[in-house]
Design a protein around this ligand. Structure first.
Ligand SMILES: Nc1ncnc2c1ncn2[C@@H]1O[C@H](COP(=O)(O)OP(=O)(O)OP(=O)(O)O)[C@@H](O)[C@H]1O
Length: 249
């Protein structure tokens, strides 16, 4: 059974059509990247998958379950990484994990999860005193507290230094090795190459590509010379959909 199936998803906010027609299938156990320009509809899509938003139309299945029909079941199966700024600065690391653990019937052990994300030593530190990388790793811990089968990470490494990014990448590897399927919204093509088995590219609310990073390169080569980097291939793919707009040199 696929972990996540999104088909013909559509979602508007008032007059703004955030998602027009998005579809993809995520296989169990893979790290699936979601790419696209600012405002393309990536966060709206994953919020629908996590059951945080109700789609206007289209269908979503998470491990075979429709989040609209069984929101509680899906919320138990999906760990959604909270935007880090949402926590009060005086809340201690261990308290934050205990607080989130209280929402689940059988949460993971606080010490175990802090050990996994490398924050065992920071258990008594207030959230506001953590570095950006530590805050991100805490947000990952909070997403995993309920032992989800699917984890959704939205711009996990934005603003982190190279060492912090690598720590988070290693952590994503370990979470995948633990059998969790991961949806990863990102703007970084090096991150995609490092972590993702397959990606969906969303542009102006529509899926314009689904496949492996290698297929993304091949597709945008289109007979011409293969793009030098995955980022070149991605820019070329999106540029092709923008007639009348020229890339700046
Ligand atoms: N709650 C909301 N109310 C009104 N408009 C919204 C809301 N959430 C998103 N939008 C709009 O929907 C569109 C898609 O937003 P979304 O956040 O899904 O894009 P994104 O691809 O995640 O962008 P980014 O890469 O900048 O995070 C944008 O035009 C955005 O302004």
């Amino acid at each position: 059974m696929p972990a996540v199936v999104v088909d013909a998803l559509r979602k508007s906010f008032g007059d703004v059509r955030a998602v027009e027609d998005v579809g993809f299938v995520v296989t169990e156990g893979e790290v699936f990247g979601i790419l696209g320009p600012n405002g393309a509809g990536k966060t709206t899509t994953v919020e629908c998958v996590a059951g945080a938003l109700a789609p206007d139309s289209g269908s979503i299945r998470v491990l075979g379950v429709d989040p609209r029909r069984s929101p509680r079941l899906v919320k138990e199966q999906v760990g959604y990484q909270l935007q880090s700024s949402a926590l009060p600065p005086t809340l201690r690391v261990g308290e934050a994990v205990d607080l989130f653990a209280a929402f689940y019937d059988s949460p993971v052990d606080t010490a175990e999860i802090l050990d996994l994300v490398g924050l065992a030593e920071e258990r008594r530190r207030p959230y506001g005193k953590l570095s950006g990388g530590q805050q991100q790793r805490l947000s990952i811990a909070l997403a995993l507290v309920g032992s989800p089968k699917v984890a959704v990470f939205d711009e996990l490494t934005t603003g982190l230094d190279p060492i912090g990014r690598r720590l988070v990448w290693d952590l994503v590897d370990r979470i995948r090795d633990g059998g969790v399927t991961i949806l990863l919204v990102t703007h970084y093509l090096d991150e995609v190459e490092r972590l993702c088995d397959r990606v969906a590219v969303i542009d102006r609310g529509r899926t314009v590509f689904v496949g492996t990073p290698a297929q993304l390169r091949q597709r945008s080569a289109g007979g011409a010379k293969e793009p030098a980097t995955l980022e070149d291939a991605y820019v070329r793919l999106l540029g092709a959909g923008r007639s009348g707009q020229k890339e700046e040199s």
